[in-house]
Every structure is written in C-alpha cells, then in structure tokens.
Design a protein around this ligand. Structure first.
Ligand code: G6P
Ligand code: MG
Length: 217
C-alpha cells in the first residue's frame, strides 16, 4: 500500500524547468556570447545548480576560478529569480492540485524531493506550502540526483519506508535517483527519455492515483 508520495518540483508541480534553462542560456550568452543547444536542457534537468554549471563549462571548454564559478552561480540565480517574478498559482501544472488533494484524502504523506534551493519560495508563490508534510533540503544531502539521497531524505522526513512511497519526476536524473532509492518511479514525459520509469504518464494532466495504486508493486 502506498503510504508516501515524493514530488519533484520543476517540471512536475510547475513549469519552471524551462525558466532554469532560459536563465542558463542568458548566462552563457551574456558571459561568453555563446548558445547552448536545446538538447542540453535535459542534461541539466533535475541536476543541482553546481553540477549544471560544471556540465556547461565542460561543454563550452571554458576554465573558471572557484571565485568566478560561485559568481556565475549567483548571476544565474538572479536571472532565474527574475523569470519567476510573475509566478502565481495559475502556473501550477494541470492535474497537480487534484492529485495533491486525492493524496491528502487518502492520508498519504506528501514530501518534496527537489534539487532546487528556490523550492520553498516557489511553493509559497504557488500557494502550495501547506500541501506538503515535509520539504527535503537539497543543501543537506551529500550527492545530488541521479544519486538517491534527496528521495531517501524526503521519505525519512515523512517517516515512511522508501519502498512504501512513489516518486514523481520529469527528468532522467530524477528517475534514476528514484530507482536508486528503491522507490516506485512515476515519470511525466516521453517514453524515449524516461524509459527507466516504473510507470509513465505523458503529461501531469494524465496522472491518475488509481493507476499508480494498481501498478504499485
Ligand atoms: C531542479 C531543476 C534544475 C536546477 C536544480 C537546482 O532540479 O530541474 O534545472 O538546476 O533544481 O535549482 P536551484 O533553484 O537551486 O538553482
Ligand atoms: Mg524536474
């Protein structure tokens, strides 16, 4: 029986994933007058800001000092926050509010397992803070997605065994992290990218708690 639900945020609860990539594009354009290929977006999805920037500078074959690296992270975050300025509950992805209330009715505990340090701010803007029993803090875990740490921390936070939880993700790194945590993985997106998910829905609007319960081990 399902006792816990572990949510990713960007691309699952709200369509903020594209803002992350827009901010990375702005950074790369303003600093080095270069453009990241669109295919690079999936490589940074679910990946912490530090690991994302590392991937970007490796891809662009650029060397930066530690101080410059930290400065670039701060600039990207400022750009990202600017893109979030007008975020309201209208930006909650279709089907998510219903899913959260169905989980609540069934007394299933709900935790956030996002890599984003901006997650509390975003949930506040979406008016969803009270929908969560626990927010796992990504700065407190050793390794980011695809490592299982944030999902294990989220399950521990709601005091539910990982194997009694399902995790919801839109990224390859996220599905790998859920699987590594031995949590039932539910993907939202394309079969090509998220084929490792135990169960897949094409969009958030297609997510059905009944289907998850039927397929859950
Ligand atoms: C999510 C996004 C990533 C982002 C990461 C860190 O996982 O999918 O694109 O890099 O969070 O977000 P932050 O808000 O802390 O920079
Ligand atoms: Mg995501």
């Amino acid at each position: 029986m399902i006792k816990g639900a572990l949510f990713d945020l960007d691309g699952v609860i709200a369509d903020t994933s594209r803002y992350h990539f827009q901010a990375w594009q702005q950074l790369v354009q303003s600093q080095w007058q270069k453009k990241l290929p669109a295919t690079f977006e999936q490589q940074t999805k679910g990946v912490s800001r530090t690991d994302s920037l590392q991937k970007i500078i490796t891809f662009l074959q650029i060397n930066v000092t530690e101080e410059e690296f930290n400065n670039l992270l701060a600039i990207k975050n400022k750009m990202y926050l600017r893109l979030l300025a007008d975020l309201t509950p209208a930006n909650i992805l279709p089907g998510i509010t219903t899913l959260l209330s169905n989980l609540r009715h069934q007394k299933i505990k709900i935790a956030l397992a996002s890599a984003s340090q901006n997650a509390p701010l975003i949930l506040k803007k979406l008016n969803l803070l009270s929908s969560f029993d626990y927010l796992a803090d990504p700065t407190k875990v050793k390794a980011g997605k695809p490592a299982p740490d944030i999902f294990l921390e989220a399950a521990a936070g709601i005091k539910i065994h990982p194997q009694d939880c399902f995790g919801l993700e839109d990224s390859i790194a996220g599905i790998d992290a859920i699987n590594a945590a031995e949590v039932f993985s539910v993907g939202v997106g394309s079969q090509t990218e998220l084929h490792a998910a135990n169960l897949l829905f094409a969009t958030t609007n297609d997510i059905s708690l009944d289907t998850i319960e039927q397929k859950f081990k």
